[in-house]
Design a protein around this ligand. Structure first.
Ligand code: PHE
Length: 503
């Protein structure tokens, strides 16, 4: 049996965990969600979600990864036989996400290149959709590959393979750079943004509180979804990362540091994005809401380039800073998902990690090709919506049941407290056993009810045809669940060491 690798130091582990958490989601999902879901008032559901679900689940994932020294399927299978399937489900959800996350990274690589000549000229939206993606009319028309995206994709996967080829050893070397660098870049962008005319208007749009939004369940569901995606919990990633912790590692404090650093980066990104949007609104005439558009992919690939174009000086420099930030933010999230999948597969069958990494990277690359087609963006949009609304929340719900009730949160505290700086009291049980599952279960049911209402009314997500939503959303979900049970049924190889209860 291969000896299990360990992180070189506590700092490297924290860096890797923050690197996974802080990704593209922080740069464009958070600021936009906050702005449109109540501004400063959104911080309330966001922090409630962080405290009642994000941090408890992160502690729980770190704890079981550390204790059982294995990726999510094997670790959850050790909580109780039969729960291994849940681990595979989370691996599956991560794997689906990585197939399109890699394509967004491909665009970022392309844009690093385009930045040098600000190739988007004075029509960034047209450039992105028609010159880079060559977007088709709908999901029914794939239209062959977009060559720039294909090139970016090959580069992205090679970069990731190179980073994880030696497991946590090589990952440790890379996160030393990819975690501090985006924070520095973001700092530069915040200063630039806040010193522009009109920035105050943008910040007002970002943070002006609208408390009436707090009555809308959608805002709460959005806050929980954002927290999970952002903290990378319920994706098999944090369990795998914690399984490489050396003995006697802190759990609770590491989880809290990771969570707070991640949310801090999100909050900061809002100033860079909306400060700049305020300036753009002033230049073009119009409101911040008008120029900011609908956030998401558009924000990073055409709204921001448009804003950079209007800067008084340093266009190329600020474009480069922006895309280097996205690249370094996203790349460690990207490879963390692969690591979660690799740990899951290698630990179950005791396979050689290097070979497993090669196979997983190759499989991920092949599947990601779908999203590199000219119709890829439509599919990306559909898959992203469903995997987040159902896959992630579903996994998270069952995971708190598995850890809070089956493993028992009291046992978890007794295991975690002696090795952690911060001690968890009885209140933690109330969180993990009642509040977190109730919140998650409520959101899951609410999402399903909304979906049923929309579908019966003939309102399919994004206005896409029914069959495409069924394939990219529902069928993917069913396939993942069935595959998880099948994988859990197949025989693995036992023999993993466990972390000692006490030393
Ligand atoms: N947390 C990352 C982000 O905010 C995305 C991610 C999701 C990474 C799942 C790993 C696992 O972009």
């Amino acid at each position: 049996m291969e000896k299990r690798q360990h992180w070189d130091s506590r700092l490297i582990f924290i860096f890797a965990a923050i690197g996974s958490a802080a990704g593209l989601g922080n740069a464009w999902r958070f600021p936009y969600r906050a702005a449109t879901n109540g501004g400063g008032a959104f911080l309330i559901p966001y922090f409630v979600a962080l405290i009642t679900a994000g941090i408890p689940l992160l502690i729980a994932e770190f704890a079981i990864g550390y204790k059982f020294r294995a990726g999510a399927p094997t670790a959850l299978g050790k909580v109780k036989k039969g729960w291994e399937a849940l681990g595979w489900w989370s691996v599956g959800v991560g794997f689906v996400i990585v197939t399109y996350y890699s394509v967004i990274m491909a665009w970022v690589f392309d844009y690093l290149w385009y930045s040098l000549s600000t190739a988007w000229g004075d029509a960034p939206a047209d450039f992105f959709l028609n010159k880079v993606l060559h977007i088709t009319s709908g999901p029914g028309e794939l239209g062959g590959f977009s060559i720039p995206v294909l090139i970016g994709l090959v580069i992205a996967w090679i970069a990731v393979y190179w980073t994880i080829r030696d497991g946590v050893k090589s990952v440790g070397k890379v996160v030393k750079w990819t975690v501090p660098l985006p924070v520095i870049m973001l700092g530069i962008l915040v200063i630039r943004a806040l010193t522009l005319d009109g920035a105050v208007e943008g910040i007002r749009y970002y943070l002006d509180p609208d408390f009436s939004k707090l009555l809308d369940p959608k805002v709460w569901a959005g806050a929980y979804g954002q927290i999970f995606f952002s903290l990378s919990v319920a994706f098999a990633v944090m369990i795998a990362y914690a399984s490489y912790l050396p003995k006697k590692s802190d759990i609770t404090n590491n989880a809290i540091i990771t969570a707070l650093a991640n949310c801090g980066i999100s909050f900061m990104a809002g100033f860079a994005v909306f400060g700049t949007m305020g300036y753009m609104a002033l230049q073009k005439g119009g409101t911040v809401a008008d120029v900011a558009g609908s956030g998401g992919i558009g924000l990073a690939f055409w709204v921001y380039p448009e804003a950079i174009r209007l800067l008084p000086f340093g266009t190329v420099i600020f474009a480069l800073v922006f895309y280097i930030m996205l690249l370094t933010l996203g790349i460690d999230s990207f490879f963390s998902i692969i690591e979660g999948v690799v740990a899951g597969v290698a630990d179950k069958w005791q396979l050689n990690k290097k070979k497993t990494t090669r196979v997983v990277v190759l499989a991920g690359f092949v599947l990601s090709l779908l999203f590199a087609t000219k119709g890829g963006l439509h599919w990306l949009d559909i898959v992203d919506k469903y995997i987040n609304d159902y896959g992630v929340i579903g996994v998270a719900f069952f995971e708190v049941i598995a850890i809070g009730w089956v493993f028992k949160s009291k046992k978890l505290r007794e295991f975690v407290n002696p090795i952690s700086e911060l001690k968890l009291g009885g209140w933690f049980d109330i969180l993990l056993k009642f509040i977190t599952p109730l919140a998650l279960g409520g959101i899951l049911i609410w999402n399903i009810v909304q979906e049923v209402i929309d579908v019966t009314k003939g309102n399919y997500y994004g206005g896409y045809p029914l069959w495409s939503v069924a394939v990219g959303g529902w069928i993917v979900a069913v396939v993942l669940i069935v595959a998880s049970f099948i994988l859990a049924k197949t025989k693995g190889k036992e023999t993993l060491e466990e972390a000692p209860e006490k030393e």
